[in-house]
Design a protein around this ligand. Structure first.
Ligand code: DAH
Length: 373
C-alpha cells in the first residue's frame, strides 16, 4: 500500500485511475465470458475476484487517498467489483445449467434395455451354514478362528498324536506339497482336516480357550456323488479346568437343538481318533422323523433312511498328549473337541443327493437356498 497522499492528485495514484479501473473491469468481464467450463471459471474467479485480483489491489489503495478523494474512487472501484461479481454469478449459473443438461443426456438410463442378461448371484449355502454354526457358538462365548489350508505336517499330524507311520499320512489320503527338489519333502500338506487349528490355537492362546474353526480341507478322493477332494469341516475345541464328557454332550445337544429344532439330540458311539481319548462318533437324532420311521415300513424316512439317526461327525476328550505337545498342563486342564463335515450336513439338511452340485458353483443350485445373511 502506498504512503498517505497528502497533496492529492488522483492522476498520480495509478491503480484507482478511471481508465485503469475500466480496463481491469473489461478484462475481467472478458475472461469470465470466455470461461467454458466450471473449472475454468473457478480459475478465472481467483484471478479477477480473489485477494490478488487487480481490482482488489486497487481497492486497497483507497485508504492511501486523502479523505476527499476516497468516496469517488471507492464508488468507481466498488461498481467495477460488483459488475465482476455479478458476471461471475451469471456465468456460474449458465455453466451449471449446461452441465446439468449434458449429464442428463450422457447418463441417461435406457429403461427399455433387457435387464436379465447378468443373472443375480447368490451366497453359497456352505458359506451360510458356516455362519449359522459360528453364530450358535459365538452366542455360547466361543471365538471363531482360522487356520491355513497349506499346513505343516507337524500341525496336521504330529501335534495331534498321529504316529509317524500312521496310514492316514499315506499318499492315498493326503495331498503332500512337493519339496523344492524332487524326492525332497517340503514338510507341508494340504490340511486333511480342520483339527490342526486345535494345536495352533492352544500354542497361540494357551488355556482356557473356547473356539470353533470352519474351513476347507483336502483329501485325495475322486470326485463323485458322495466324495470330493475339497470339502469343508467345522472344528470345535474347548479347554478349561474341569471340563468333562458331560460338557461335550451338552454342547453338542445344544448345537443340535439350535440348528435342527427343539428336542433333537445327539448320541455318541465309541470310536478312535489319535487326538482324543476317549473318542466317539456323533450321531444326530433324525430331525425329520425323530426316530418314528424305524421299523415302520409304511412310513419310510428319506432323511435318515429310516435309521432314526444320522452320522454327523467325530468328537472326544482332548488327548493329554496333544495338550502336552501344545504346552498346556494336562494335570490342570482338560478339554473336548469335535469336527463335522459341512457338505454332509448340507446334504441331509436339504436333501442334496449329489455332492458335485455343491462345488460346481452353478448359481441355479445356490439361488434356492436364498439370500440368508
Ligand atoms: N478330524 C477328524 C476327521 O477329519 C474329525 C474329528 C474327530 C475332529 C474327533 C475332532 C474330534 O475334533 O475330536 O475325521
Amino acid at each position: 500500500m502506498s504512503a498517505p497522499n497528502k497533496s492529492y492528485d488522483p492522476v498520480e495514484v495509478e491503480a484507482v485511475k478511471p481508465d485503469e479501473v475500466a480496463r481491469h473491469r473489461a478484462d475481467a468481464l472478458a475472461a469470465i465470458a470466455s470461461a467454458t467450463t466450471l473449472d475454468e471459471l473457478h480459475q478465472v474467479k481467483i484471478a479477477v475476484a480473489g485477494d490478488r485480483a487487480p481490482l482488489a489491489l486497487a481497492n486497497r489503495e483507497i485508504g492511501a487517498l486523502p479523505p476527499a478523494a476516497r468516496a469517488e474512487a471507492g464508488k468507481r472501484i466498488g461498481e467495477a467489483r460488483n459488475a465482476v461479481k455479478q458476471a461471475l454469478a451469471q456465468r456460474q449459473e449458465q455453466l451449471e445449467t449446461e452441465r446439468d443438461e449434458r449429464v442428463l443426456v450422457e447418463e441417461a438410463v435406457d429403461v427399455t434395455l433387457p435387464w436379465d442378461r447378468a443373472p443375480r448371484g447368490a451366497r453359497h449355502p456352505l458359506t451360510t451354514i458356516q455362519e449359522r454354526i459360528a453364530d450358535i457358538f459365538v452366542a455360547m462365548g466361543y471365538q471363531v478362528v482360522d487356520g491355513p489350508e497349506i499346513e505343516a505336517e507337524w500341525y496336521n499330524f504330529d501335534a495331534l498324536n498321529f504316529p509317524p507311520d500312521h496310514p492316514v499320512r499315506d499318499l492315498q489320503d493326503t495331498f503332500f506339497v512337493a519339496g523344492k527338489q524332487e524326492g525332497q519333502s517340503s514338510g507341508l500338506v494340504l490340511r486333511t482336516h480342520t483339527s490342526p487349528v486345535q494345536a495352533r490355537t492352544l500354542l497361540a492362546q494357551g488355556a482356557p480357550v473356547y473356539v470353533v474353526s470352519p474351513g476347507r480341507t483336502y483329501r485325495t478322493d475322486e470326485l463323485d456323488a458322495t466324495h470330493t477332494p475339497v470339502f469343508s469341516q467345522i472344528e470345535g475345541l474347548a479347554v478349561d479346568e474341569g471340563l468333562t464328557m458331560g460338557d461335550l454332550k451338552g454342547t453338542l445337544d445344544h448345537w443340535a437343538t439350535a440348528m435342527f429344532g427343539d428336542g433333537v439330540i445327539t448320541r455318541l458311539r465309541p470310536h478312535f481318533f489319535p487326538f482324543t481319548e476317549p473318542s466317539a462318533e456323533v450321531d444326530l437324532q433324525c430331525f425329520v422323523c425323530k426316530g418314528a420311521s424305524v421299523g415302520d415300513p409304511d412310513n419310510p424316512c428319506r432323511t435318515c433312511g429310516s435309521e432314526g439317526w444320522i452320522e454327523w461327525g467325530g468328537c472326544g476328550m482332548v488327548n493329554p498328549r496333544v495338550l502336552i505337545a501344545c504346552g498346556v498342563d494336562p494335570e490342570r486342564y482338560s478339554g473336548f473337541a469335535f469336527g463335522m463335515g459341512l457338505e454332509r450336513s448340507l446334504m441331509f439338511l436339504n436333501n442334496v443327493k449329489d455332492m458335485r452340485d455343491m462345488i460346481e458353483g452353478d448359481v441355479r443350485f445356490t439361488l434356492p437356498f436364498g439370500m440368508e445373511i
